[in-house]
Structures are given as C-alpha cells and as structure tokens.
Design a protein around this ligand. Structure first.
Ligand code: CA
Length: 223
C-alpha cells in the first residue's frame, strides 16, 4: 500500500518513514499542508498519516479540502494536540482515526492495518484471498494452495494492489504508483518483470493483460 506521511517534524518524519517502509508500505513524506494536497491531487495513495500542526495550511484544513474533493482516502491524524475539541474537530473534518503523540509504533501499525482493511476487499482479518491464493498483509506472507510462496517486496505490493480490487482493470501508471514512491527510479520494463514473476510463482493466467488498458486479475482463473 502506498502511504502519504504529512509531518513537519524532521526527526519524527524521517524515523516514521523508515519504520513504515520496514512494514512494506511505499511511503512518500511531505512537510507542509500544501505539498500534501499537491501530492494527493497528483497521485494515488491508499492511506494518509496527517499531523495537525503544520506550517501554512494546517492539517484540519487539508483534511477538509480532501473531503471537499471527495477523495475516498483513509486518513489517520497523528498529533500532540490532546484536547478533546481538537480530536472532535479532526474527526468532523473527515479524518477516520487519530493517535496522540507520543505513541507506540505497534499501535500505529495496527491502526493503519485497520484503516486499510476498511477500504479494501479484505475478508478475514489482514487476509486477502483470490481462489487458492492467500496474502497475509500483516505478516507479509503469501501462499498458494496452502504452500508458502516467497515474494519480493514489490511483487507482494503488486499482488496486494490487484487483490484489493479483484474486478478492476489497472493502468500501468496506477500499478507503478502503488509500487514506487517519488524519487524511486522505475525502470521501463520493471512492471512487466514483476508481473512475469507473479505469473511464474502462482500460475500463468493469474494476471491478464488488457490490451491498450493495463492489467487485471483474470476472474476466470480464480482457482
Ligand atoms: Ca507539527
């Protein structure tokens, strides 16, 4: 899943970005409200973590703007403002959850997983299924017909994106955005290579090429 981190504290931002990357999120980190809005308008994100006290446009205003534009993005507020009023304001503005600083990383991860589940096709807790394929999104474990399948980080992210929306045809750009953050170099055939590997590791018909459009899970092969 691709996550936008909005945090102006440089030390916290950097350490959070690293911790989230270690949890297999693709993380883009911005430090101001305006750059958060610009990022959200330019690219697709699955989740956002939003600090409230930001230079210029503050977090509440960003959330209001995101909702005014009807973006379905789940937003978790991460803030040191601990008055009930601030929390109420944040949730009323359209945030989905909040966590107070200082916080425990394991709680942050659990809340992000819960938000991710709400917006996706996850059936059981932290589990995505397509036929005999099971992805455990909390433990980053994949299996097919009960046997473990070893996936690279990006193969896992790609399969997760596809399994989250099993009926959808994805453009190449949409899939690349779910695999790479800004500044990460995307080699021109990287996506094809990941798809090739997934077809080999599961079965050949799993991912269908939709000519001129992109890719999707092939529903007829759900086995
Ligand atoms: Ca701040």
């Amino acid at each position: 899943m691709r996550l936008l981190l909005v945090e102006d504290d440089m030390m916290l931002g950097k350490s959070l970005q690293q911790a989230l990357q270690a949890q297999h999120y693709v993380v883009d980190w911005v430090q101001t409200g305006l750059s958060a809005l610009a990022a959200l308008q330019a690219e697709h994100f699955d989740l956002a973590i939003m600090d409230l006290g930001l230079p210029g446009l503050d977090g509440i205003r960003v959330i209001e703007e995101v909702r005014a534009q009807q973006m379905p993005l789940p937003i978790l507020i991460l803030t040191a403002r601990d008055s009930v009023q601030d929390r109420v304001k944040g949730l009323d503005a359209g945030a989905d959850d909040y966590l107070l600083k200082p916080f425990d990383l394991s709680e942050l991860f659990a809340r992000l997983r819960a938000l991710g589940r709400r917006n996706s096709g996850v059936t059981a807790v932290n589990e995505l299924r397509f036929g005999a394929i099971v992805l455990d999104t909390a433990n980053h474990h994949a299996s097919y017909q009960g046997a473990a399948v070893t996936l690279s980080r990006r193969e896992f992210l790609l399969l997760e994106a596809l399994l989250n929306r099993p009926g959808q045809v994805f453009t190449r750009q949409q899939l690349e955005q779910s695999l790479y953050g800004w500044g990460e170099e995307v080699e021109s055939n990287a996506l094809e290579v990941h798809i090739h590997h997934l077809r080999k590791k599961f079965y050949n018909g799993l991912i269908q090429t939709v000519r001129g459009v992109g890719y999707r899970l092939n529903p007829e092969t759900e086995e």
